[in-house]
Design a protein around this ligand. Sequence first.
Ligand code: ZN
Length: 390
Amino acid sequence: MATLTETQPTPLTLNNDEILRYSRHLIMPEVGMAGQLKLKAAKVLCIGAGGLGSPLALYLGAAGIGTLGIVDFDVVDYTNLQRQIIHSTPDVGRPKLDSAADKLKAMNPFINIRKFNTRLSSDNAIELFKQFDVIADGTDNFPTRYLVNDACVLTGKPNVYGSIFRFEGQASIFATKEGPCYRCLYPEPPPPGLVPSCAEGGVLGILPGLVGVIQATEAIKLILGAGDPLIGRLLLIDALAMKFRELKLRKNPDCPACGKNPTITKLIDYEEFCGIRGEEVPAEVTTDEIEVEELKKRLDRGDDIYVLDVREPHEYDICNIGGHLIPLGELPNRVNELDTSKEIIAHCRSGVRSAKAVNFLRQAGFKKVHNLAGGILAWADRVDPSMPKY
Ligand code: ZN
């Protein structure tokens, strides 16, 4: 296949320090001096400096990608450290961009790091992508994934894709001229709330490492023009079974983004497309919320309340405020266990699942049902600081 950098002017040379640094590349016939100079001339944009972005940026930086762009607007959170290995404990609270850039600069002073402290959006994606050769998608949500795909199709940049959940991962290269795009595979997003995020469902800390390294490998192969890239192939990774499978993907001639008669000719509103807006906590439920201080006061004075915990048993083991444990997924079959004479206050970790439980119970005819705003996290913040948060 065509190399990505062959239309660019032959750049630069390597100085003696760079030659020594990249010596294990330079002695490989597949890389050599010509390949290392292609890497130096290349510009790769990492979307996100999180779980996938960490190994992506670290390995691309170490390999000598000349210009490494990173888009991120978030700060390092304590719960990130289990998998986002570019950040360290003292970085908690710092912008991820600054933390990542410091690590990369310390590791390889010969690369140019471009920081984009912004949320990738329909307003900025095209301009941003035009400045790079390869886009590496490290996002963790559907609106951004469709946005990255469409912007890659519109700008003609390859989308090195990865996604992760619990023990499973996927990787591919989308939006090349010859291959399919993400929409060829998934024309429509899943219904909102159906596919849990890593924040809701968890992820094995190693998994983004595994998938991010595959993405970094594919990005480097694209730049070198070496080997057989993951174009038209979806790699499925099952870490629990430790099996790698592969699905053949075809370009869909009717694809709205990359088909023969595309209907997506500019970027759209991706939150709306994915049905996200207003879905997280339905409006009719928010009026039925009670605050953690109020629940504490009422429990202390002995009000007869049925406290319903809709989390999973392994979450209950981490921390709980007592009450009855019925996981959200089991609620429809266990409604008869609820005490209909009592007021029910449902809670979960952050208040999203319990809002769904409240909605369900109201539709099932329960009148006195409330959602604990902010869930057990708010309880730990404002009622019982000794309670662990997760
Ligand atoms: Zn397509």
